[in-house]
Design a protein around this ligand. Structure first.
Ligand SMILES: Nc1nc2c(ncn2[C@@H]2O[C@H](COP(=O)(O)OP(=O)(O)O)[C@@H](O)[C@H]2O)c(=O)[nH]1
Ligand SMILES: [Mg+2]
Length: 363
């Protein structure tokens, strides 16, 4: 195997691991027809999921919606307005209870959003009954949709849905009032961040990848990945490693870049990741070899360039890894802000990553 074949193998494995580790988040969204569930899904998650996703019936009133490449399943529950709503709730509860018993936590429903329309200003028995039923199996967030004027309704919802972990007011669409006053979308970032607080830690990456309403939540997940990678790098360098052995750090850093990419929900390819590595090291894709990578990376940290040929300590290994991870994270945060949460294109990311790395070249 040539050194660049070796790097290519590391890249491929890093991508597979990142996709596997990301898992999949299952979100149940319940509420009367017309309350704004589909609109909310489209406003919070990538890819206009409510229209373009694949639907699969799971009960007569619940569909599971998924989309290739998105680590998310939405359980869209309607039928609460039907006279026989207790049957709707019973069928749903039976299904959820069955899932909750399964050993594989990827099959559980991880969180429920129970939607109520602010205009109606009423919480009905069906919603109260459903929230108790759901809360026995998962955290429930009350979502007040089409928010315009609270007038005490949120407090009322909190009182009537005591098992809800939180109640958040959202406006998924911009509204222009008579007279031209504009009400911008609101509450979507809060909804994502509150949801992150109530789901298992292991699913934060899936949420980060799937949602487009909070760049901050993506950034926090990326910081976590950088921290874990820096610790692994420090351990690898605990006994100072000769420069020639510093290629040990390469898999750690490639995994980190793949993990951060997956947390931002980028559709990644081995080619894209190789380009990132090349950008980080100044080497070209075709001559990508472990030693060139480390030599290139060392230039990123102050004084690092002088270490080429010497030994790398744990602290240096950690600093190198942190710098690379934070520069990549900052690149993606800026690119996602620019594109209002939608996935930026690979070329833009690569250019911006190179630009930021050049600015840091401290050799
Ligand atoms: N003004 C306003 N209209 C909304 C909002 N959310 C949804 N709607 C409208 O409410 C109607 C029903 O929304 P939809 O998402 O289909 O509801 P669903 O039946 O619960 O999925 C549609 O006409 C939406 O455009 C919002 O935040 N503000
Ligand atoms: Mg709908």
């Amino acid at each position: 195997m040539t050194p660049s074949d070796h790097v290519a193998a590391i890249v491929t494995k890093a991508l597979e691991d990142a996709m596997r580790d990301r898992g999949r988040l299952n979100v149940l969204i319940a509420g009367r027809t017309g309350v704004g569930k589909s609109t909310l899904v489209n406003a919070v998650f990538q890819g206009r999921l409510a229209e373009t996703g694949q639907g699969r019936p799971v009960t007569t009133t619940t569909r599971e919606i998924t989309k290739d490449g998105l680590p998310l399943a939405i359980w869209d529950t309607r039928g609460l307005e039907l006279g026989a709503f207790q049957e709707t709730i019973d069928a749903l509860t039976q299904l959820i209870a069955g899932r909750a018993k399964e050993a594989d936590a990827r099959r559980h429903i991880h969180v429920a959003w129970l939607c109520l329309n602010e205009d109606s200003r009423r919480v009905q028995d069906v919603e109260i009954a459903l929230h108790h039923a759901l809360a026995a199996y998962m955290p429930v967030v009350g979502v007040i949709t089409k928010a315009r004027a609270d007038q005490g309704f949120r407090a009322e919802v909190q009182r009537l849905l005591p098992d809800a972990r939180n109640v958040v007011r959202v406006r998924a669409l911009e509204e222009v009032l008579d007279g031209g006053h504009v009400l911008s979308p609101m509450g979507l970032t809060d909804l994502v961040e509150l949801t992150a607080e109530v789901i298992p830690e292991g699913l934060h990456r899936a949420l980060a990848a799937a949602q487009k309403a909070s760049v901050g939540q993506k950034r926090r997940v990326a910081h976590g990945i950088v921290g874990v990678s820096a610790t692994a790098a420090a351990a690898a360098g605990a006994t100072p490693i000769p420069f020639s052995d510093a290629v040990l750090l390469v898999p750690i850093q490639i995994s980190m870049l793949a993990g951060i990419s997956s947390a931002f929900g980028l559709a990644q390819s081995a080619a894209f990741l190789s380009v990132l590595v090349a950008a980080a090291t100044g080497s070209t894709g075709t001559t990508l070899a472990g030693r060139a990578i480390v030599g290139g990376l060392l230039k990123l940290i102050p004084g690092g360039g002088t270490l080429v040929g010497g030994a790398i300590s744990g602290a240096t290994a950690a600093a190198l890894t942190t710098t690379l991870g934070e520069v990549y994270t900052a690149t993606l945060v800026a690119a996602f802000r620019e594109s209002q949460g939608e996935s930026p294109d690979a070329g833009t990311i690569e250019r911006e990553f190179r630009r930021r790395l050049v600015g840091r070249d401290a050799s």
